[in-house]
Design a binder for this molecule. Structure first.
Ligand SMILES: Cc1ncc(COP(=O)(O)O)c(C=O)c1O
Length: 406
C-alpha cells in the first residue's frame, strides 16, 4: 500500500505555509514538483550553469547530468537513451514532428486523428491537409467520450501512414488500450503518435513494451520541470527528415529539437527518476530491471488513485444535475474528472476556491472532445484532477465542497 505521508514528504509544496489548507485538484494542469527535481534545478543554477560538454569541471558535470536524465528516463520506459529527447513543451514537440511528417508524406497519404485529443496532438496534424494529406477523424461516442478501436478499423487502409491518439484524454479520463491500438495501426502499415501527457503522471509507462513509435508527455505535469519529453523510436526517428541543424542529423535525440535545450531543466529531469526510485526503495520494491521497478511504482500509484477515485465518481454519478464525463468505474480511468453542471465550469472553480479547493474550469484545449460530446465550450466543464500524492481527507473535502457548490 502506498505510504502517502512518505509521498507527501517528498514534495515541498505540502510543507509550504502559503498553501496550507488548500486541497490541490488541478494536477492535470500541472503537478507539484518533487524535492529531487527542485534540488537538482537549484544545484544546476548554482554550480553548473555554464555551457555543457566543455572540458572543465562545472561543464562536464552539467553535461553528464543532462545525459543522466535521458539515460535513466529511457531505462524506466524500456527504450534506448537516444530515443528520448526534450523540447520546450508537448505542443511544440508535436509541431516539429508534424513538420517532419509534412516533408516525408506524399499527397494522397492519410493521417488519422481523433476528436478526443487535446489540441496539441490534433491541430498540427490536421494542418497537413494544406499539403494534400487526407485527414481522417476517429470520432468519440457523443454520450460517453469513448474511443472505440472497432471504429478505427473502419478508417485504416494502406494509405494511412500515421494514427495519432491519446493514452488518456484530459477531459474524458478513460485509459485507451495503447498496445492494442498500436497493433491495429501497425498491422495496417501505419505508425502511431501517442499523447501520454494525461497518463504519465499516474505512472510512467513501459513505452517499449506497448510498442508505440512516438510517445509524448510533459514533465511539468509529472513532478518535473517545464519540459516536453518525447520518445521517438529509432526506426521512425532515423527515417523522418532531420529538423535540427544539418550537422547534428546523426544524433537521434537532436533530430526533432531544433532549438538549443534548456540545460538546467533537462538535467533536473533526472530528479523525476530519483523520485520514482525513492518511492520504490521506501516500499521495498526491487525490480530486476528499471522497467520492472517503474511498473511496480506505477501499480502502487494506480491502486491508491483508484481507491480514492471511486467514491468521487459515485458521488458525481449520483448527482442528477451533473453530467459526469467518461467512465464511472475508477479502474478504467485516470483521476481527471470533468463535470458539466448548470453553472459554467470556471464559475464553479472560483466557488470551490473559497472552500479551500484548487480546481479548474473551462475547455482545457480539448475543444473538439467537448464539442464531440455536445458540451458548449463557452460554458465549459469543471475539472477536478488528482494524483497519487492526494490524500483521502482531501478527496472528502472535495466532495463536501462540491456538494456545497453544485
Ligand atoms: C492531454 C494533453 N496533451 C497535451 C498537452 C499540452 O502539453 P504542453 O503544455 O506541454 O504543450 C496538455 C496540456 O494541458 C494535455 O493535457
Amino acid at each position: 500500500m502506498l505510504d502517502v505521508d512518505f509521498v507527501r514528504s517528498q514534495f515541498p509544496a505540502f510543507s509550504e505555509q502559503s498553501l496550507e489548507g488548500q486541497a490541490f485538484f488541478e494536477n492535470a494542469g500541472g503537478s507539484y514538483t518533487s524535492a529531487q527535481v527542485i534540488d537538482r534545478l537549484t544545484r544546476f543554477y548554482r554550480e553548473r550553469k555554464v555551457q555543457p560538454y566543455a572540458p572543465y569541471r562545472a561543464s562536464e558535470l552539467g553535461g553528464a547530468e543532462m545525459d543522466e536524465a535521458r539515460a535513466r528516463l529511457a531505462a524506466l520506459m524500456g527504450v534506448e537513451t537516444d530515443e528520448v529527447s526534450f523540447g520546450p513543451s508537448t505542443t511544440q514537440n508535436t509541431y516539429i514532428l508534424a513538420q517532419a511528417f509534412r516533408q516525408w508524406m506524399d499527397p494522397g497519404d492519410a493521417i488519422i486523428v481523433t476528436n478526443q485529443d487535446h489540441e496539441a496532438n490534433s491541430g498540427p496534424w490536421r494542418r497537413l491537409a494544406e499539403d494534400g494529406i487526407e485527414i481522417r477523424e476517429w470520432k468519440i461516442d457523443p454520450e460517453t467520450g469513448h474511443l472505440d478501436p472497432e471504429k478505427l478499423m473502419e478508417l485504416l487502409d494502406d494509405r494511412v501512414r500515421l494514427v495519432c491518439f491519446p493514452h488518456c484524454s484530459n477531459v474524458v479520463g478513460e485509459i485507451n488500450p495503447v498496445a492494442k491500438i498500436t497493433a491495429l495501426a501497425h498491422a495496417a502499415g501505419a505508425f502511431v503518435c501517442v499523447d501520454g501527457v494525461s497518463y504519465a503522471p499516474h505512472g510512467l509507462p513501459d513505452v517499449g513494451g506497448m510498442g508505440a513509435d512516438i510517445y509524448l508527455f510533459s514533465a511539468y505535469k509529472t513532478y518535473g520541470p517545464h519540459q516536453g519529453i518525447m520518445v521517438i523510436r529509432r526506426n521512425i526517428g532515423t527515417m523522418l527528415p532531420n529538423q535540427g541543424h544539418y550537422f547534428n542529423g546523426d544524433s537521434l535525440y537532436k533530430r526533432f529539437t531544433p532549438a538549443g535545450p534548456d540545460h538546467a531543466q533537462v538535467a533536473a529531469s533526472a530528479g523525476m527518476v530519483d523520485y520514482i526510485e525513492a518511492l520504490a526503495a521506501h516500499h521495498g520494491i526491487m525490480g530486476e530491471t528499471p522497467v520492472a521497478t517503474g511498473a511496480a511504482v506505477h501499480d502502487l500509484m494506480r491502486d491508491h488513485e483508484e481507491k480514492l477515485l471511486q467514491p468521487l465518481l459515485d458521488y458525481a454519478a449520483s448527482k442528477n444535475s451533473v453530467r459526469l464525463i467518461g467512465p464511472t468505474d475508477a479502474a478504467k480511468r485516470a483521476p481527471t474528472v470533468a463535470l458539466v453542471a448548470n453553472a459554467p465550469g470556471e464559475a464553479l472553480a472560483a466557488q470551490l476556491a473559497s472552500h479551500g479547493v484548487m480546481a479548474g474550469g473551462g475547455d482545457f484545449y480539448a475543444n473538439r472532445a467537448l464539442e464531440g460530446m455536445n458540451v458548449d465550450t463557452d460554458h465549459g466543464v469543471l475539472r477536478v484532477s488528482f494524483v497519487h500524492y492526494t490524500s483521502e481527507n482531501e478527496v472528502q473535502k472535495l466532495i463536501a465542497a462540491l456538494d456545497a457548490v453544485l
